[in-house]
Design a protein around this ligand. Structure first.
Ligand SMILES: [Mn+2]
Length: 365
């Protein structure tokens, strides 16, 4: 037995926007299988289901585990709770029978699922689109930015609290654990990714996940972390110093600090994002560290920790209202140490708003 929840359809602006793009993509319907994208379009917070979008309607097929408040919160799609296989259930729907060309998320549909779809929905032609929904996600609403901002504030607070904790002899994993615990206590759902705490020689690895290494005097400690609030991620990196830094250490830090500042100051609406990357990169090059900044300047942040836009020399994207992304130059000297400074920023009302606000000047503990 299936159970239906049918609402008076007021198709949400997001689903409506997708429907308006059917024609240009040469499709007459779209099948959403990524659970994050289903959440984005309907507010569904269950962890399994499929969403079928026809030119005028949307139907979410899921199961009884999500009955009750999860289903009640879904907007702009009829919901079917079924005991059948989702694809089988979908294949019997009137909504899909009349369609002929369905788009699907080629980035997420597995080879197995693809063949199953072709078999069960054999009257349809399938067209893989790799960023149909992601193209919408790139520009955030005010509410989405608020969630990211809140996640960033939780990170700032936790970072401030663990500064007292950073001492000679403490292990990197202890710093990471303490930071994650404090973010949880402040309302963060879980870490955005495996917390990076990389001290001394390990700070010259761009992504050194917290290890058993003990902190020593005269070391940089790179801490890169974030949390999730209402499904939205934060991302921040600070590099602190234990003891008193040498002139070489100071120059290393200052170079990254200045490059990050120049890049942040350059962000504005309609700028080519590749230019922002270039500004930071040129400054680092001019300072003599050109060979030691091996990654791109930044990435979009939202429902995923890494999403569009990208800030790199290859980027084709232009800064637009509602975009949220990181600015994170770093210099990693092999057999020495490294420094990275990262903030999450938003483009709002034509201006850059920095959402992570922990002190950026060198903190020597
Ligand atoms: Mn990042």
């Amino acid at each position: 037995m299936d159970r239906w929840f049918k609402w008076d359809i007021v198709v949400a602006s997001r689903i409506k926007e997708l429907q308006s793009r059917f024609k240009d993509n040469n499709i007459d319907s779209f099948l959403v299988t990524s659970i994050k994208n289903i959440f984005y379009l309907t507010g569904f917070t269950g962890d399994s289901g499929i969403l079928f979008i026809s030119p005028r309607k949307a139907e979410l097929i899921t199961d009884y585990r999500f009955q009750g408040e999860i289903v009640q919160r879904v907007k702009d799609a009829d919901v079917c709770l079924t005991k059948k296989n989702y694809i089988e259930k979908l294949s019997t729907q009137r909504l899909i029978k009349r369609r002929s060309r369905v788009g699907f998320e080629s980035k997420y549909v597995t080879y197995n699922l693809y063949w199953k779809l072709r078999k069960k929905l054999d009257w349809l032609k399938f067209k893989g689109l790799d960023s149909f929904i992601e193209d919408l996600r790139i520009r955030k609403s005010e509410k989405e930015i608020e969630n990211i901002k809140k996640a960033c504030e939780i990170g700032d607070k936790a970072f401030h609290e663990i500064l007292n904790y950073i001492k000679v002899g403490v292990r990197e994993i202890e710093i990471g654990a303490e930071l994650e615990y404090r973010m949880r206590k402040a309302g963060g759902e879980k870490p955005s990714f495996d917390t990076i705490v990389a001290s001394g020689y390990r700070s010259s690895i761009p992504h050194g996940v917290a290890s058993n290494k003990k902190l020593k005097n005269r070391e940089f400690i790179t801490i890169d972390f974030g949390t999730i609030y209402n499904h939205y991620h934060s991302d921040m990196t600070r590099t602190v110093f234990l003891g008193s830094p040498s002139d070489k250490d100071k120059k290393l830090y200052e170079t990254v600090y200045n490059a990050q500042k120049l890049a942040r100051e350059a962000v504005k609406e309609d700028i080519e994002l590749r230019k922002v990357d270039k500004i930071a990169r040129d400054y680092i090059k001019k300072s003599g560290f050109g060979d030691y900044f091996p990654h791109s300047l930044g990435h979009g942040v939202g429902l995923d920790i890494h999403e569009s836009p990208s800030l790199s020399y290859k980027s084709n994207e232009i800064g637009k209202e509602g975009m949220v992304f990181t600015i994170e130059p770093g210099i990693y000297l092999p057999d020495y140490q490294g420094v990275r400074i990262e903030d999450t920023v938003a483009l709002q009302n034509g201006n850059i708003v920095t959402l992570t606000n922990s002190k950026r000047e060198l903190i020597a503990l």
